[in-house]
Design a protein around this ligand. Sequence first.
Ligand code: SF4
Length: 448
Amino acid sequence: MCGIAGFLGPGAPRVVYELLLELQHRGHEAAGIAYLLGSRFALEGGKGLVYEAIGVHRLPASAGLAVGHVRYSTSGPYGRLYQPLIVDAGGVYLAVAFNGNIVNYRSVAREHLGGLRLDWDAWVLAALLARLYGEEGSLADATRRLYEVLRGSFALVAASSRGELLAARDPHGIRPLAYSLGDGYAAVASETAALEALGFKPRELGRSMMLYCDPSGHCSVEQAAPPAEQKTCIFEYIYFARPDSVIDGVEVYRARVEMGRRLARIDDVTPDIVAPVPDSGRAAASGYALEKGRPLLEVLYPSRFRGRAFILPPGVRVERVAKKYGILRSAVRGSRIALVDDSIVRGSTASRIVALLRGNGAREIHFRSASPPIVCPCMLGIDFPRPSELVARGRSVEEIRRIIGSDTLLYNTVENVRAAVGIGVCDACFTCRYPRLVERYVSEFTRD
Ligand code: SF4
């Protein structure tokens, strides 16, 4: 998963920088901004958070076109790569950034790029766009042809040294993408909340939709290819996106609260208190507590500055989970606690928190997952592609409970989370049924 942003208008690099700060939750590994200076792109970026990777004082106020990216790697090696990528499209340069996974990138490299040995899907996408641009002469026409070839999840932003800006979303709409158009500017961001934070009025790009601004600055939105069945990633609602974002017309916070409410309805246990696993378990926990009529108490206190454990590279992740929480002992001691998290992926966070609460005198711990068991790998942009990492795969709920160490364990149902979102979603990590256009390529996608 990653975040992308783009801006056409005065002060573009700094606007993109601000948008990336608002999208920081979508990637902590690396960040970059490409901005147009004369007829060339300059690139600013590297490892780390936005403010670590990009020297804001070096971003020129004069540049009028920029695209940017925050990286959470789901393809390519950890820690060494960042976007945007800059490619030569026959004398015109393109700056390209995307969020998602191109599941057929090896076939694309073989069949459309003369067997080029590229082992990262972002390189394949950028190289293909450059080739098509060379043949078509505009980002809009090149992107229309891109849809014929690429399979996977992609929310894409690109700019050309001729002054074009483009944003496009895959046919199933798996990853979110929003934009804003106004007097003399066009803004693009992965999530509506990022645009709103900067005062822009956001709109969403639908499935196979494309925003294109030509070199004169005229912008239009069009259907670039036939849309496929709506399959927005359900994990955007469960964990990934900001709660104040709206994705395909559904407010993320509202969906999370509804998941918690529906989970409470199938739960026989009535706890003394309901405690969220911060931060992403909070909204589901409040829905659960509302439905149960029990008090919602924050008993775990993470440092605000450590970042999200789930989207960190594996080695760093374990260490940070261990150090992450302080505890409110007075509320924990002697209590029967319903501990609500958004999901259980590897089980490492859950077992450490349960041990922490037990060590601080909790009487009973009832672990509640707002999502169903995750049993299949995601090849579409969330980093749990290795089946062996999924604690629920091949195990019964009782076996997982023993690993976690809680008194009881309850998962939400697939029907409940679908109903909580209320639109067509990809829920393949629970059902192993991938969206139609990608299913035959899923087995071909492996991470090097
Ligand atoms: S498999 Fe799961 S995480 Fe991946 S896109 Fe589908 S719903 Fe999202």
